[in-house]
Write a protein that binds this ligand. Sequence first.
Ligand code: GLU
Length: 350
Amino acid sequence: MTVCSQAPAAGTAVPVDFTDDLPPLGRLAPSPTGLLHLGNAWAFLLAWLSARGRGGRILLRMEDLDPQRSRPAFAAAILEDLAWLGLDWDAGPGCAPTALAPDCGPFVQSQRAPVYAEALARLEAAGHTYPCFCSRRELRLLASAPHPGEEGPERPDPCRTLGAAEQRRRLAAGHHAALRLRCPDESISFTDAVMGPCSFSPGEFGGDFALRRSDGVVAYQLAVAVDDGRMGVTEVVRGRDLLPSTPRQLLVMRFLGLRTPRYAHIPLLLDATGERLAKRHASLSLAALRARGARPERIVGFLAKLAGINPGGGAARPWELVGRFSPDALPREDLRVMENDMDSLAGAGG
Ligand code: GLU
Protein backbone atom coordinates (compact mmCIF):
# COMPACT_ATOMS: atom_id res chain seq x y z
CA MET A 1 0.00 0.00 0.00
CA THR A 2 1.31 3.43 -0.84
CA VAL A 3 0.84 5.55 2.19
CA CYS A 4 3.17 8.47 2.13
CA SER A 5 4.25 10.30 -0.93
CA GLN A 6 7.60 11.03 0.66
CA ALA A 7 7.95 8.45 3.40
CA PRO A 8 11.07 9.14 5.45
CA ALA A 9 13.94 6.70 5.24
CA ALA A 10 14.65 4.76 8.43
CA GLY A 11 16.43 6.89 10.97
CA THR A 12 15.96 10.26 9.25
CA ALA A 13 14.62 13.09 11.33
CA VAL A 14 11.44 14.54 9.86
CA PRO A 15 11.38 18.31 9.97
CA VAL A 16 7.88 18.79 11.30
CA ASP A 17 7.05 21.63 13.59
CA PHE A 18 5.10 19.99 16.34
CA THR A 19 5.82 22.75 18.80
CA ASP A 20 4.37 26.04 17.60
CA ASP A 21 0.95 25.44 19.08
CA LEU A 22 -0.78 26.73 22.12
CA PRO A 23 -0.72 24.03 24.78
CA PRO A 24 -2.18 21.04 22.97
CA LEU A 25 -5.22 18.98 23.79
CA GLY A 26 -4.37 15.32 23.30
CA ARG A 27 -6.58 12.32 23.70
CA LEU A 28 -6.55 8.73 24.85
CA ALA A 29 -9.20 6.81 22.92
CA PRO A 30 -9.39 3.20 24.14
CA SER A 31 -11.93 0.72 22.81
CA PRO A 32 -13.32 -1.50 25.58
CA THR A 33 -13.17 -4.64 23.48
CA GLY A 34 -10.48 -6.36 25.53
CA LEU A 35 -7.79 -5.76 28.11
CA LEU A 36 -5.06 -3.20 27.42
CA HIS A 37 -1.87 -4.74 26.07
CA LEU A 38 1.65 -3.44 25.82
CA GLY A 39 0.98 -1.93 22.38
CA ASN A 40 -1.91 0.13 23.77
CA ALA A 41 0.26 1.22 26.68
CA TRP A 42 2.93 2.34 24.19
CA ALA A 43 0.47 4.44 22.17
CA PHE A 44 -1.19 5.94 25.23
CA LEU A 45 2.11 6.75 26.94
CA LEU A 46 3.37 8.59 23.84
CA ALA A 47 0.07 10.44 23.34
CA TRP A 48 0.20 11.49 26.98
CA LEU A 49 3.88 12.55 26.89
CA SER A 50 3.39 14.47 23.67
CA ALA A 51 0.62 16.63 25.14
CA ARG A 52 1.99 16.91 28.69
CA GLY A 53 5.46 17.73 27.40
CA ARG A 54 4.10 20.99 25.99
CA GLY A 55 1.96 21.86 28.97
CA GLY A 56 -1.10 20.36 27.31
CA ARG A 57 -4.17 18.61 28.57
CA ILE A 58 -5.55 15.18 27.88
CA LEU A 59 -9.06 13.91 27.46
CA LEU A 60 -10.06 10.29 27.68
CA ARG A 61 -12.78 9.11 25.33
CA MET A 62 -14.21 5.62 25.66
CA GLU A 63 -14.84 4.29 22.13
CA ASP A 64 -17.54 1.75 22.86
CA LEU A 65 -19.67 2.00 19.73
CA ASP A 66 -19.32 -1.61 18.70
CA PRO A 67 -22.24 -3.29 20.44
CA GLN A 68 -20.97 -6.81 19.70
CA ARG A 69 -17.45 -6.30 21.03
CA SER A 70 -17.61 -3.60 23.74
CA ARG A 71 -17.98 -4.60 27.40
CA PRO A 72 -18.37 -2.34 30.46
CA ALA A 73 -16.01 -4.65 32.38
CA PHE A 74 -13.25 -3.94 29.84
CA ALA A 75 -13.91 -0.20 30.12
CA ALA A 76 -13.47 -0.39 33.88
CA ALA A 77 -10.31 -2.50 33.55
CA ILE A 78 -8.82 -0.05 31.02
CA LEU A 79 -9.32 2.93 33.33
CA GLU A 80 -7.66 0.97 36.13
CA ASP A 81 -4.72 -0.08 33.95
CA LEU A 82 -4.12 3.49 32.75
CA ALA A 83 -4.14 4.80 36.30
CA TRP A 84 -1.82 1.95 37.34
CA LEU A 85 0.63 3.01 34.61
CA GLY A 86 0.56 6.55 35.98
CA LEU A 87 -1.36 8.17 33.12
CA ASP A 88 -4.01 10.70 34.05
CA TRP A 89 -6.50 12.78 32.13
CA ASP A 90 -8.26 16.11 32.61
CA ALA A 91 -11.61 15.27 31.08
CA GLY A 92 -13.44 12.03 30.60
CA PRO A 93 -14.75 9.14 32.70
CA GLY A 94 -13.96 9.67 36.37
CA CYS A 95 -13.36 13.44 36.01
CA ALA A 96 -15.56 16.24 37.24
CA PRO A 97 -17.49 18.00 34.43
CA THR A 98 -15.17 20.32 32.62
CA ALA A 99 -15.27 22.94 29.92
CA LEU A 100 -12.31 22.00 27.75
CA ALA A 101 -14.26 23.19 24.73
CA PRO A 102 -17.89 24.05 24.23
CA ASP A 103 -20.09 20.94 23.81
CA CYS A 104 -17.22 18.56 24.35
CA GLY A 105 -18.84 15.86 26.53
CA PRO A 106 -20.02 13.23 27.15
CA PHE A 107 -16.79 11.28 26.71
CA VAL A 108 -18.33 7.87 26.17
CA GLN A 109 -19.24 7.34 22.53
CA SER A 110 -22.32 5.22 23.24
CA GLN A 111 -23.77 8.32 24.96
CA ARG A 112 -23.20 10.59 21.98
CA ALA A 113 -25.90 9.36 19.61
CA PRO A 114 -27.54 12.81 19.21
CA VAL A 115 -24.20 14.40 18.29
CA TYR A 116 -23.60 11.81 15.57
CA ALA A 117 -27.20 12.02 14.33
CA GLU A 118 -26.85 15.77 13.90
CA ALA A 119 -23.56 15.40 12.02
CA LEU A 120 -25.04 12.72 9.74
CA ALA A 121 -28.09 14.86 9.04
CA ARG A 122 -25.85 17.76 8.02
CA LEU A 123 -23.75 15.60 5.74
CA GLU A 124 -26.89 14.11 4.18
CA ALA A 125 -28.53 17.49 3.70
CA ALA A 126 -25.40 18.81 1.99
CA GLY A 127 -25.44 15.89 -0.47
CA HIS A 128 -22.21 14.28 0.78
CA THR A 129 -23.74 10.86 1.41
CA TYR A 130 -25.71 8.12 -0.28
CA PRO A 131 -27.47 5.01 0.98
CA CYS A 132 -25.70 1.75 0.26
CA PHE A 133 -27.69 -1.47 0.12
CA CYS A 134 -24.77 -3.85 -0.26
CA SER A 135 -24.20 -6.22 2.57
CA ARG A 136 -20.55 -6.64 3.36
CA ARG A 137 -18.35 -8.35 5.90
CA GLU A 138 -17.36 -4.80 6.74
CA LEU A 139 -20.78 -4.29 8.28
CA ARG A 140 -19.85 -6.10 11.47
CA LEU A 141 -16.56 -4.29 11.86
CA LEU A 142 -17.42 -0.74 10.92
CA ALA A 143 -17.91 0.47 14.46
CA SER A 144 -14.30 -0.35 15.33
CA ALA A 145 -11.10 1.26 14.19
CA PRO A 146 -9.87 -0.64 11.11
CA HIS A 147 -6.61 -2.33 12.02
CA PRO A 148 -4.83 -4.33 9.28
CA GLY A 149 -6.78 -7.23 7.84
CA GLU A 150 -10.08 -5.97 9.20
CA GLU A 151 -11.39 -4.35 6.05
CA GLY A 152 -12.57 -6.20 3.00
CA PRO A 153 -11.11 -5.58 -0.44
CA GLU A 154 -12.07 -2.26 -1.92
CA ARG A 155 -14.20 -2.08 -5.01
CA PRO A 156 -16.31 0.63 -6.61
CA ASP A 157 -19.61 0.91 -4.80
CA PRO A 158 -22.51 0.10 -7.16
CA CYS A 159 -24.89 2.08 -4.93
CA ARG A 160 -23.05 5.36 -5.66
CA THR A 161 -24.91 5.79 -8.91
CA LEU A 162 -28.37 4.53 -7.91
CA GLY A 163 -31.02 7.03 -8.90
CA ALA A 164 -33.17 8.71 -6.27
CA ALA A 165 -36.25 6.80 -7.40
CA GLU A 166 -34.51 3.45 -7.03
CA GLN A 167 -33.19 4.47 -3.61
CA ARG A 168 -36.71 5.37 -2.50
CA ARG A 169 -38.11 2.13 -3.93
CA ARG A 170 -35.62 -0.01 -2.01
CA LEU A 171 -36.08 1.90 1.23
CA ALA A 172 -39.87 1.67 0.90
CA ALA A 173 -39.52 -2.08 0.30
CA GLY A 174 -37.84 -2.34 3.70
CA HIS A 175 -34.22 -2.77 2.57
CA HIS A 176 -31.79 -1.55 5.15
CA ALA A 177 -29.09 0.79 3.92
CA ALA A 178 -25.72 1.80 5.25
CA LEU A 179 -24.81 5.45 4.72
CA ARG A 180 -21.63 6.17 2.77
CA LEU A 181 -19.64 9.34 2.30
CA ARG A 182 -19.28 10.30 -1.35
CA CYS A 183 -15.57 11.05 -1.58
CA PRO A 184 -14.41 13.72 -3.99
CA ASP A 185 -12.07 12.54 -6.72
CA GLU A 186 -8.98 14.16 -5.24
CA SER A 187 -6.03 13.25 -3.06
CA ILE A 188 -6.05 14.20 0.60
CA SER A 189 -2.71 15.50 1.85
CA PHE A 190 -1.43 16.22 5.33
CA THR A 191 1.86 16.31 7.19
CA ASP A 192 2.25 13.68 9.82
CA ALA A 193 4.65 14.46 12.66
CA VAL A 194 6.28 11.03 12.35
CA MET A 195 5.58 9.86 8.81
CA GLY A 196 6.20 13.22 7.13
CA PRO A 197 4.17 14.52 4.17
CA CYS A 198 1.40 12.06 3.27
CA SER A 199 -0.98 12.01 0.37
CA PHE A 200 -3.73 9.49 -0.28
CA SER A 201 -5.82 9.18 -3.41
CA PRO A 202 -9.37 7.87 -2.85
CA GLY A 203 -8.19 4.50 -4.21
CA GLU A 204 -5.46 4.41 -1.58
CA PHE A 205 -7.66 5.20 1.40
CA GLY A 206 -10.51 2.96 0.26
CA GLY A 207 -12.88 5.31 -1.57
CA ASP A 208 -16.43 6.00 -0.41
CA PHE A 209 -16.61 4.76 3.17
CA ALA A 210 -19.46 4.01 5.53
CA LEU A 211 -20.53 6.52 8.15
CA ARG A 212 -23.34 4.39 9.54
CA ARG A 213 -23.99 0.67 9.36
CA SER A 214 -27.26 -0.58 7.95
CA ASP A 215 -28.35 -1.56 11.48
CA GLY A 216 -28.01 2.08 12.52
CA VAL A 217 -24.73 1.74 14.42
CA VAL A 218 -22.47 4.72 13.79
CA ALA A 219 -19.15 3.90 12.11
CA TYR A 220 -15.79 4.55 13.74
CA GLN A 221 -14.69 7.00 11.01
CA LEU A 222 -17.66 9.30 11.55
CA ALA A 223 -17.57 9.12 15.34
CA VAL A 224 -13.85 9.77 15.68
CA ALA A 225 -13.85 12.65 13.21
CA VAL A 226 -16.85 14.31 14.87
CA ASP A 227 -15.44 13.75 18.35
CA ASP A 228 -11.91 14.95 17.65
CA GLY A 229 -13.33 18.02 15.92
CA ARG A 230 -16.05 18.87 18.43
CA MET A 231 -14.00 18.09 21.51
CA GLY A 232 -11.31 20.50 20.35
CA VAL A 233 -8.57 17.85 20.15
CA THR A 234 -5.47 19.44 18.64
CA GLU A 235 -3.23 16.40 18.34
CA VAL A 236 -3.80 12.73 17.69
CA VAL A 237 -0.98 10.32 18.50
CA ARG A 238 -1.84 6.74 17.50
CA GLY A 239 -0.49 3.63 15.81
CA ARG A 240 0.56 3.96 12.20
CA ASP A 241 -1.87 1.21 11.22
CA LEU A 242 -4.54 3.92 11.49
CA LEU A 243 -2.78 6.22 8.99
CA PRO A 244 -5.20 5.32 6.14
CA SER A 245 -8.09 6.36 8.40
CA THR A 246 -6.72 9.89 8.62
CA PRO A 247 -7.69 11.08 5.10
CA ARG A 248 -11.22 9.77 5.72
CA GLN A 249 -11.48 11.59 9.04
CA LEU A 250 -10.07 14.77 7.49
CA LEU A 251 -12.77 14.64 4.82
CA VAL A 252 -15.55 14.28 7.38
CA MET A 253 -14.13 17.19 9.37
CA ARG A 254 -13.79 19.29 6.24
CA PHE A 255 -17.42 18.68 5.22
CA LEU A 256 -18.59 19.51 8.75
CA GLY A 257 -16.41 22.61 9.04
CA LEU A 258 -14.55 21.20 12.04
CA ARG A 259 -11.02 22.19 12.99
CA THR A 260 -8.59 19.38 12.29
CA PRO A 261 -5.93 18.14 14.72
CA ARG A 262 -2.33 17.36 13.89
CA TYR A 263 -1.45 13.72 13.57
CA ALA A 264 1.49 11.64 14.70
CA HIS A 265 1.31 8.01 13.59
CA ILE A 266 3.78 6.06 15.64
CA PRO A 267 5.49 2.74 14.87
CA LEU A 268 3.72 -0.39 16.07
CA LEU A 269 4.86 -2.89 18.65
CA LEU A 270 5.09 -6.38 17.19
CA ASP A 271 5.40 -9.75 18.86
CA ALA A 272 8.46 -11.95 18.42
CA THR A 273 7.03 -13.34 15.15
CA GLY A 274 6.44 -9.88 13.70
CA GLU A 275 2.67 -9.77 14.28
CA ARG A 276 1.10 -6.52 15.50
CA LEU A 277 0.25 -6.68 19.19
CA ALA A 278 -3.48 -7.01 19.58
CA LYS A 279 -5.99 -7.88 22.22
CA ARG A 280 -5.65 -11.57 21.42
CA HIS A 281 -2.11 -11.47 22.83
CA ALA A 282 -3.40 -12.27 26.29
CA SER A 283 0.08 -12.84 27.71
CA LEU A 284 1.01 -9.26 26.79
CA SER A 285 -1.96 -7.70 28.54
CA LEU A 286 -1.03 -5.32 31.32
CA ALA A 287 -3.15 -7.44 33.65
CA ALA A 288 -1.11 -10.56 32.80
CA LEU A 289 2.16 -8.67 33.23
CA ARG A 290 0.97 -7.30 36.55
CA ALA A 291 -0.01 -10.80 37.67
CA ARG A 292 3.54 -11.91 36.85
CA GLY A 293 4.91 -9.20 39.12
CA ALA A 294 5.62 -6.41 36.62
CA ARG A 295 5.83 -2.92 38.09
CA PRO A 296 4.34 -0.04 36.10
CA GLU A 297 7.55 1.99 36.24
CA ARG A 298 9.47 -0.90 34.63
CA ILE A 299 6.94 -0.98 31.80
CA VAL A 300 7.02 2.79 31.34
CA GLY A 301 10.84 2.80 31.42
CA PHE A 302 10.96 0.03 28.81
CA LEU A 303 8.48 1.78 26.50
CA ALA A 304 10.32 5.08 26.89
CA LYS A 305 13.54 3.33 25.89
CA LEU A 306 11.82 2.09 22.72
CA ALA A 307 10.71 5.68 22.08
CA GLY A 308 14.33 6.81 22.22
CA ILE A 309 13.93 8.94 25.34
CA ASN A 310 15.23 6.67 28.10
CA PRO A 311 18.50 5.23 26.82
CA GLY A 312 19.28 3.05 29.82
CA GLY A 313 15.75 1.69 29.98
CA GLY A 314 15.61 2.22 33.74
CA ALA A 315 12.33 2.36 35.64
CA ALA A 316 10.47 5.66 35.24
CA ARG A 317 7.12 7.20 36.07
CA PRO A 318 5.41 9.05 33.21
CA TRP A 319 5.78 12.44 34.95
CA GLU A 320 9.55 11.94 35.14
CA LEU A 321 9.67 11.73 31.34
CA VAL A 322 7.66 14.87 30.62
CA GLY A 323 9.52 17.15 28.23
CA ARG A 324 11.61 14.37 26.70
CA PHE A 325 9.24 13.07 24.03
CA SER A 326 9.87 14.12 20.48
CA PRO A 327 8.48 12.53 17.30
CA ASP A 328 12.00 12.90 15.87
CA ALA A 329 13.44 10.53 18.48
CA LEU A 330 11.08 7.72 17.48
CA PRO A 331 12.37 4.85 15.39
CA ARG A 332 10.90 4.82 11.90
CA GLU A 333 10.28 1.10 11.91
CA ASP A 334 7.97 -1.12 13.92
CA LEU A 335 9.50 -2.63 17.04
CA ARG A 336 9.54 -6.23 18.20
CA VAL A 337 8.92 -7.16 21.80
CA MET A 338 10.73 -10.41 22.58
CA GLU A 339 10.06 -13.07 25.19
CA ASN A 340 13.08 -12.00 27.24
CA ASP A 341 11.76 -8.39 27.30
CA MET A 342 8.58 -9.74 28.85
CA ASP A 343 10.51 -11.79 31.38
CA SER A 344 12.54 -8.83 32.44
CA LEU A 345 9.43 -6.64 32.66
CA ALA A 346 7.78 -9.31 34.76
CA GLY A 347 10.44 -8.80 37.34
CA ALA A 348 13.35 -11.12 36.64
CA GLY A 349 16.19 -9.17 38.20
CA GLY A 350 13.87 -7.03 40.34
N1 GLU B 1 -10.35 3.35 19.68
C1 GLU B 1 -9.41 3.05 18.65
C2 GLU B 1 -8.66 1.79 18.96
O1 GLU B 1 -8.59 1.41 20.12
C3 GLU B 1 -8.39 4.14 18.45
C4 GLU B 1 -8.90 5.13 17.54
C5 GLU B 1 -8.01 6.32 17.29
O2 GLU B 1 -6.99 6.51 17.97
O3 GLU B 1 -8.37 7.06 16.41
O4 GLU B 1 -8.15 1.16 18.07
